[in-house]
Design a protein around this ligand. Structure first.
Ligand SMILES: [Zn+2]
Length: 304
């Protein structure tokens, strides 16, 4: 091997090392740049979501379906923000008192009677978005809700997401069944409802706007919420956390609709209720009222 050949060989050897090394280096730099970009995009998305759902508790893990309520559509975000700024404006002007709505989903259950007892003790009226339970032991609870001056409202007869959100027809069938059942049981023709998982749920196979349109055509009103107690979580949540989540940002709203649950496994909600009511009643110019025709609905998404 002569000197020229040797130099050529050395150069080739170096190139064989340099080329893969620099390729790895360039790829690494690209990965870092992409990673930072992705992290930033995620952070922005998270901030956007948190901003859009001011009342969602940090430590909250929502149950199936209901968790999607935290994920608003783009239009939902702007709608919600508009509502929030309007209510904040009204609060700043101090025109009238703050209204707080305690709303209980998924009952009646063994906890509903306990909740009704506490509400009676404090002479407070609430709203119950009920499901359909035909067993004899629940009949008196539907009646108690009405007789004791609370608002009886509809959630879903079966509360099975995979059935009710299968098609427009299946949703309508389920809701009509509940409406008729409640009429037979209590004599009340309910016109208020709450979608399981909220109007912004992402489990529905039907466009939620279609269902909203149906409700509007039937002169029914749906209510989402702007404050979440965090009790939808299947994991244990302390009564203190329920109170904290429900009241932490209440003063930001002129009208606050608090999402609570009176299902059988929601003992913390029952335990939290006296302290929650007391804390709200301590707030200046604030009253706890049931949903009526006067209530301005909170909508996570709407047809407007
Ligand atoms: Zn529910």
């Amino acid at each position: 091997m002569d000197a020229e050949q040797d130099a050529h060989f050395q150069l080739m050897k170096r190139l064989l090392v340099i080329i893969p090394l620099s390729t790895i280096l360039i790829l690494s730099i690209l990965c870092v740049i992409l990673g930072v970009g992705l992290y930033d995009a995620r952070r922005q998305l998270r901030e956007l979501k948190e901003g859009a759902v001011p009342a969602m508790a940090q430590d909250q893990t929502l149950e199936e379906g209901e968790q999607s309520a935290a994920l608003y559509t783009a239009s939902g975000v702007s709608e919600f923000q508009r509502d929030t700024s309007e209510t904040a404006e009204a609060a700043a002007q101090g025109d009238g008192s703050r209204k707080v709505y305690l709303t209980f989903d998924d009952g009646p259950s063994s906890n509903t009677g306990r909740i009704l007892d506490i509400l009676a003790e404090y002479d407070v009226k609430a709203t119950f978005f009920v499901v359909g339970k035909t067993e004899e032991k629940y009949q008196s609870l539907y009646k108690r809700i009405v007789e004791e001056g609370h608002t009886l409202a509809m959630h879903s007869f079966s509360h099975k997401y995979n059935e009710i959100y299968q098609s427009r027809e299946s949703y309508v069938e389920d809701l009509s069944k509940l409406q008729e059942f409640l009429y037979e049981t209590t004599g009340v023709w309910c016109r208020y409802c709450r979608f399981p998982g909220g109007s912004s749920n992402t489990v529905s196979r039907v466009d939620m706007h279609e269902l909203i349109e149906y409700l509007e055509g039937q002169d029914m009103t749906y209510f989402d919420w702007n404050v979440s107690s965090g009790d939808a979580s299947s994991a244990y949540i302390s009564p203190e956390a329920v109170v904290r989540n429900s009241t932490a940002r209440l003063s930001e709203f002129q009208e606050a609709i608090i999402l609570l649950h009176d299902a059988a496994d929601k003992d913390s909600t029952v335990q939290a209720l006296p302290a929650l009511i007391e804390k709200i009643q301590e707030m200046e110019d604030t009253e706890i009222v049931p949903i009526t025709d006067e209530t301005e609905p909170i909508h996570h998404i709407s047809n407007e």
